[in-house]
Design a binder for this molecule. Structure first.
Ligand SMILES: Cc1cc2nc3c(=O)[nH]c(=O)nc-3n(C[C@H](O)[C@H](O)[C@H](O)COP(=O)(O)OP(=O)(O)OC[C@H]3O[C@@H](n4cnc5c(N)ncnc54)[C@H](O)[C@@H]3O)c2cc1C
Length: 412
């Protein structure tokens, strides 16, 4: 266990029951007061939302059974950030992997590789090294730690945001292309109007009280005024590693395919095409749609878990994430197929359906074999493409008026 970090942000059981337990522990007022602190009352729900174990709509419906919630609550606001990133992805698709605005903050060229001292958590800047250690140990980081890490990588070390985004994505249990890659761009200034910067005072304010010493970064390069940091971001090169030698950690491997131990549990294409399906319909369950099987679901559809392996070499996952996803998929599905999904030969008689997957390379493969519908959302997806969160949220509020109207599907 990592000192100072709440236990619920260190272990994430891949079950629907655990997701519900976390929703029930949510307290919107406490959340609003403490969410910026690394030991604040945040939910650790992100792996469950990312993988569709629980939808945000179900989560909000459950919260309002116990507590008041409106659009001005911080919790709703943060839920909406995820929906905003997915709104942008629903319009721009894989363009989110490249600069949303062609101008960058700094006139120099950013490195395309992340330096070893960052990967190994031995930069000598406490907050960065502590975040890297936590990331590898748990697959999770608090939002503030992600912002600090991204800001340091891009603005102080002059690494292109994409290199940082791909690396962080690979180690998170909740790695979500729209949220992750667009957040990196927001920090970098290619999806916002200015660079996001932080300093040692900001870290001291929000560091975990139970392990303050490991995070606090007084005397390091981030211990400067915002004007000085802005000058580095806009006009200076890589600040480099802090003087002295610093102990590091070994970077966990990332894999483009699942660990071998799962191989015997997968169904082959031949086994699937030979099945006596009759008129039965098939629901394809990809890694971002692993909802709980509903006891009231009368459709009787066969739930086929699918992992489209060719897509995963572009953004590989940690072994821990593969295990998390496959354990969940095996529980939520009747069988799992692993391979090239577009080569699947499924019976023509019944219907084969799927929801869209927010991951490069899945769209064409799913469309080749299934009727693909939009992924479920909490908020309305405005017709006009919104490039800023405030425009997006204004539109959503105008169309839905209140959280209960939103849950009832009333539009104005
Ligand atoms: C550089 C960077 C990379 C990020 N990468 C990811 C990612 O890969 N996957 C991911 O889900 N989130 C990502 N985020 C957003 C945010 O940091 C996480 O969603 C949040 O920290 C998850 O912790 P939680 O579930 O305890 O959040 P809580 O504070 O409990 O929030 C509840 C839920 O609201 C959503 N949410 C909260 N804050 C944000 C936010 N700022 N942006 C988008 N959604 C938010 C998440 O779905 C989260 O689970 C990233 C942020 C940054 C700055």
């Amino acid at each position: 266990m990592i000192a100072g970090i709440p236990e619920c942000l260190q272990e994430f059981e891949p079950t629907h029951a655990e997701a519900l337990r976390r929703v029930d522990a949510l307290h919107p007022a406490k959340y609003a007061l403490s969410r910026n602190a690394l030991d604040g009352a945040v939910s650790g729900l992100s792996p469950y939302f990312t993988h569709g174990v629980l939808g945000m709509r179900q989560a909000v419906a459950r919260v309002v059974q116990r507590q008041r919630l409106n659009f001005e609550d911080k919790l709703m606001f943060e839920f909406a950030w995820r929906e905003f990133f997915h709104h942008v992805y629903s319009r721009e698709g894989d363009k989110v992997l490249t600069d949303m605005r062609p101008t960058s903050v700094w006139a120099g060229s950013y490195a395309r590789e992340l330096p070893a001292d960052i990967r190994e958590g031995r930069t000598g800047v406490n907050v960065i090294d502590a975040a890297v250690r936590q990331l590898y140990a748990t697959g999770y980081l608090h939002n503030h730690a992600r912002m600090w890490l991204a800001s340091y990588v891009v603005h102080l070390r002059k690494v292109h945001w994409r290199a940082g985004a791909d690396w962080l994505y690979g180690h998170l249990l909740d790695g979500d292309v729209p949220s992750n890659h667009l957040s990196w761009q927001w920090v970098a200034g290619t999806f916002s109007s200015k660079p996001y910067l932080f300093n040692a005072d900001n870290v001291a304010k929000y560091a975990p009280k139970g392990d303050f010493k490991s995070w606090v970064s007084k005397g390091s390069v981030v211990d400067q005024s915002y004007d000085e940091l802005d000058d580095i971001a806009r006009h200076q090169g890589d600040v480099g590693v802090e003087k002295g030698t610093h102990a590091g950690v070994t970077e966990a491997a990332t894999l483009a395919a699942p660990p071998a131990e799962f191989a015997s549990t997968f169904l082959s294409s031949a086994a699937l095409s030979g099945k006596p399906w009759g008129k039965r319909s098939i629901e394809l369950i990809h890694p971002w749609a692993m909802s709980e099987r509903s006891s009231s679901d009368a459709s009787g559809a066969w739930r086929l878990g699918v992992v489209h392996v060719p897509a995963h070499s572009a953004l590989p996952w940690s072994e821990a994430r593969w295990r998390w996803v496959l354990r969940r998929m095996q529980h939520a599905c009747d069988g799992v197929f692993m391979g090239d999904v577009s080569s699947l030969r499924l019976p023509a008689e019944g219907q084969t359906t799927s929801t869209a997957a927010p991951f490069p390379g899945y769209a064409a493969a799913l469309q080749a074999v299934a009727e693909v519908s939009a992924a479920p959302r909490l908020l309305v997806n405005p017709q006009q493409t919104c490039r800023s969160f405030s425009t997006f949220y204004e539109q959503v509020k105008r169309q839905s008026r209140s959280v209960s109207a939103l849950l009832n599907g009333e539009l104005f």
